[in-house]
Design a protein around this ligand. Structure first.
Ligand code: BAL
Ligand code: ZN
Length: 900
């Protein structure tokens, strides 16, 4: 496959002012008729800007067709896996001597600067297993066009800087497909002979093809409305399969909260009169922000306490918000090219994270996000696929929907927010939306708007967009009693990443405070200025010293509060310092961080002791921190649960130079058992004080927090293998009033050594929820993730279960993905069987669904982290994947770059 470079970007030679599509849907094919108003891109005003949503008909004021002289560029339309039926220009059919078709394009040679191009293609949605373009999921037709799926529907300028006004007519059998949807407003509908019907939708807002959507199916509708701040009433609709009707309330509430939040926090109102969400079962991603017609993986829409956990409820809330927020950050203002993907994704993830923080606990949300980032994005940044937030090249853009683009991109926007403060950030985003409404722009345009609105210069800051890798920030503190000063000495560096050996210094916002011996924040003074008790230092040099004045006793610094920059902080804290901070830091996030880093230090020390063959003795200070957390009834139980959770194996592997996966697993499990045994009494006490699982379920944050802590404690108590714990767990499994508690009990049972209880619970669960695919996904995932011996065999058995289907991405993720990503001790078995299994599945999926296949490779790309034996085995499997027949560009890019 070809490599595409950012430096090769050129404006399109042609633009498409209007796109009129007609779909004739049948069981064994679909016909797609397009009528495009095409214009040479010669810099004339295009009239496509349409801020108020009114329709500008370009046909009306159209300049008569002007001949283009010799040398006019050919019109090269993208197209893939299409059968070309006919082409006509200005109603004149043209034959194959006047155009060229190959596997990826249709090339025409226009004679005039403006013309109408009509194309008919035939496609086969029923055979589309890649779930890209138009495909069938169960009994319904649906689309996924981002990034380059539209070219699998019809020939088109399938690039985000070509924005067009779309009108779409869908025709299908009325009985099988009573609901026909597309973007925008319904403007007409009617009947055809033979039981077929049609509907025409018009979207007044110009959009790139990646935001196109179509749905045809037998769906039921849940309807509500929302009145915007300016008084416009919006029709809100969620379409799902009839059996899921009762599971949409939470998504609808989340949508209404998102709409209000975007008005209040960003001044952004919804623009169309109707907003639709459709849930589909077979979907490569979480959801898609198509204009006015969001299409969702059903796992991100459906939520009912009987069937969904609290975590699933929160995911629905955040994904609904994320897709809704894209209406401005993505749709009204879109990306010029796919190198700018983080322009919309980083910004929108930041927006949805702040929304979730406002709706729930800000501290817990930040802890969850940082935990995820450090275990996963840091690993990506340290691996062979490391790339900047704005990449410079790619082979297959689908491979760049990464944690770096999304999560690190969001951290970059968060740092801009931190450096500017909320008011100035808002001034900047107001200017961004006003300046670029209706345009396709770049990350530079985003930063320029923040700069221009506030008179600041972010030239150096923009290195976060161009340099890959996770910076290391080493800090040392020095107290000088004679001058009453305290110095913070900062040194930053960034390891090399593919194609980038040397890095220039970043701008690192370091939020910090100084604490006295009682844990109180000291007033901060620097250069004669009073800075309050918390400040943000901008670390801009490779080495830099900050001197605080008027410090009369040695303080303990509280650094990188709220994880103010995505860096690895190194400070020579002693274990006693960490204990002190875990107990006293007034900043909730940093209390968690201190406990977490204490646990990391203890576990890393024990791994070395284990490797040396010496007995493991737990540092009692960790135990004391846990004891204090258990008895602290003032502390939010959700934060307590986060503190009591030991750092994950994935994070410990990421931190290790050479990860000894067996030792990490053994040590972590030993410490968990030891904590459970030593703290059994206070754990029981706290467990019982948090209420009963049979109580009626409630969605409020306090109830969720109680369930989170109760279930964390249940997991520990089960490690004691006492009969009291087993009865409590079985009782919870049977009596639970909700899926959160039932599933927590099932996890504990599956990971226990009581084979009889385990099998009884698994069987009961599978029988009860056989008709609920999303619940069965959980059932699969819990078993595939269980670290008990025999993991691979279990997974192979699970793949034979009637509910498993390799064509369904959710099933692949819940069985194969869960095994390779969450079950590290089994996946990394030293005989290489786990690696072999994964490579076989990648090769199998390469033909069916290249995007899903390519994502599955990730665990193998991390081969440099492991010992030489495992390295060879992992590389061998990557090589075997590379040698497979008919390799997709998706899989080829990841496998080849991993071995480079
Ligand atoms: N744009 C792809 C799905 C999402 O990030 O919302
Ligand atoms: Zn997004």
């Amino acid at each position: 496959p070809q490599t595409i470079y950012l430096t090769d970007y050129r404006q399109p030679d042609y633009l498409i002012d209007e796109t009129h599509l007609t779909f004739e849907l049948f069981e064994d094919h679909a016909l797609v008729h397009s009528r495009l108003l095409v214009r040479l891109n010669d810099g004339r005003a295009d009239g496509t800007l349409c801020r108020d949503g009114t329709r500008h008909s370009t046909t009306e004021g159209r300049v008569p067709s002007r001949p283009v002289g010799v040398g006019a560029p050919p019109l090269v339309l993208h197209g893939q896996e299409l059968e070309l039926v006919s082409v006509a220009i200005n109603d004149q059919a043209i034959d194959s001597s006047d155009y060229q078709v190959d596997e990826h394009s249709l090339t025409l040679h226009p004679q005039t600067a403006d013309f109408e191009l009509a194309i008919t293609t035939r496609i086969q949605p029923q055979n589309n297993t890649a779930l890209e373009g138009l495909y069938k999921s169960g009994g319904m037709f649906c689309t996924q066009c981002e990034a380059e799926g539209f070219r699998k529907i019809t020939y088109y300028l399938d690039r985000p800087d070509v924005m067009s006004r779309f009108t779409t007519t869908v025709m299908a059998d009325r009985g099988a497909y009573p609901i026909l949807l597309s973007n925008g407003n319904l403007i007409a509908s009617g009947e055809h002979e033979g039981g077929r019907h049609w509907a025409t939708w018009e979207d007044p807002f110009p959009k790139p093809s990646y935001l196109f959507a179509l749905v045809a199916g037998d769906l039921c509708l849940i309807q509500d409305s929302y009145t915007t701040l300016s008084g416009r009433k919006i029709d809100l609709r969620i379409y799902v399969e009839p059996e899921n009707r009762e599971q949409c309330g939470h998504a609808m509430d989340s949508l209404k909260r998102s709409m209000r939040w975007d008005e209040e926090v960003y001044g952004r109102e919804y623009d169309l009169d109707i907003f639709m969400i459709v849930a589909v079962n077979d979907f490569n991603m979480g959801a898609m922000e198509n204009k006015g017609l969001n299409i969702f993986n059903s796992s991100c829409v459906l939520a009912h306490p009987d069937t969904a956990t609290d975590m699933a409820f929160q995911r629905v809330e955040s994904v609904v918000a994320h897709e809704y927020f894209h209406n401005w950050s993505g749709n009204r203002v879109t990306c010029r090219d796919w190198f700018q993907l983080s322009l919309k994704e980083g910004f929108t993830v930041f927006r949805d994270a702040e929304f979730s923080a406002d709706m729930n606990s800000r501290t817990v949300k930040r802890i969850e996000d940082v935990t995820f980032l450090r275990a996963n994005q840091f690993a990506e940044d340290a691996g062979p696929m490391a790339h900047p937030v704005r990449p410079e090249s790619y082979m297959e853009i689908s491979n760049f929907y990464t944690l770096t683009i999304y999560e690190k991109g969001a951290e970059v926007v968060r740092m801009l927010h931190t450096l500017l403060g909320p008011e100035r950030f808002r001034k900047g985003t107001d200017l961004y939306f006003e300046r670029h409404d209706g345009q396709a722009v770049t990350c530079d345009d985003f930063v320029a708007a923040l700069e221009d609105a506030n008179g600041v210069d972010f030239t150096q800051f923009k290195r976060w967009y161009s340099q890959a890798g996770t910076p290391v920030l080493e800090v040392e503190g020095r107290f000088d009693a004679s001058s009453s000063t305290y110095e913070l000495r900062c040194r930053q560096s960034c390891p090399p990443t593919p194609g980038q050996a040397e890095k220039l210094p970043f701008v690192i916002p370091l939020r910090m405070a100084l604490l006295n011996e009682r844990g109180e924040e000291l007033p901060l003074r620097m250069g004669g200025s009073e800075l309050g008790t918390e400040t943000v230092l901008a670390v801009t040099e490779a080495e830099q010293v900050f001197v605080f004045e008027g410090v009369t006793q040695e303080p303990l610094p509280s650094l990188l509060r709220g994880f103010s920059a995505p860096v690895k902080l190194v400070y020579p804290f002693s274990r006693d310092d960490r204990v002190f901070l875990a107990m006293h830091d007034p900043d909730g996030f940093n209390r968690w961080e201190a406990a977490q880093s204490l646990a990391v230090d203890v576990l890393q020390g024990l791994v070395e002791i284990h490797q040396a063959g010496r007995p493991l003795l737990l540092d009692q200070r960790l135990l004391e921190v846990y004891r204090r957390v258990l008895s602290d009834t003032e502390l939010d139980p959700a934060v307590a649960a986060e503190i009591l959770r030991l750092p994950s194996e994935a994070y410990l592997i990421e931190l290790a130079e050479v990860a000894d996966v067996d030792a990490i697993h053994h040590v972590r499990e030993t410490v968990r058992r030891e904590l459970a045994t030593a703290l059994a009494e206070p754990m029981w006490e706290r467990f019982e004080s948090l209420g009963s699982t049979a109580e009626p379920w409630s969605a409020d944050a306090a109830s969720m927090a109680r369930r989170s802590l109760r279930n964390t404690l249940l997991g520990y108590l089960m490690l004691t293998e006492s009969s009291a714990a087993m009865s409590a767990c079985v009782r919870q499994f049977v009596e639970a009033s909700n899926m959160t508690d039932r599933q927590a009990a099932l996890v504990a049972l599956v990971n226990s050594s009581d084979e009889q209880q385990k099998h009884a619970a698994l069987q009961e669960f599978a029988q009860r929820w056989a008709d609920y695919p999303l619940v069965m996904d959980q059932w699969f995932s819990i078993q595939a993730s269980s670290p008990l011996p025999g993991g691979l065999q279990r997974v192979q058995e699970l793949m034979k279960h009637p509910a498993f289907n390799i064509r369904n991405p959710n099933k692949v993720r819940s069985v194969i993905g869960a095994f390779a990503n969450n079950n590290l001790v089994n996946f990394h078995a030293v005989d290489g069987a786990g690696y072999r299994f994964l490579a076989d599945r990648v090769i199998e999926l390469n033909r069916l669904n290249p995007q899903i296949a390519s994502r599955l490779i990730t665990p193998l790309t991390r081969w440099r982290k492991f010992d030489p034996v495992r390295q060879e085995l992992m590389k061998g499997e990557l090589q075997r994947i590379l040698e497979a027949d008919d390799l997709s560009p998706d899989v080829y890019e990841v496998a080849s770059k991993s071995l480079a």
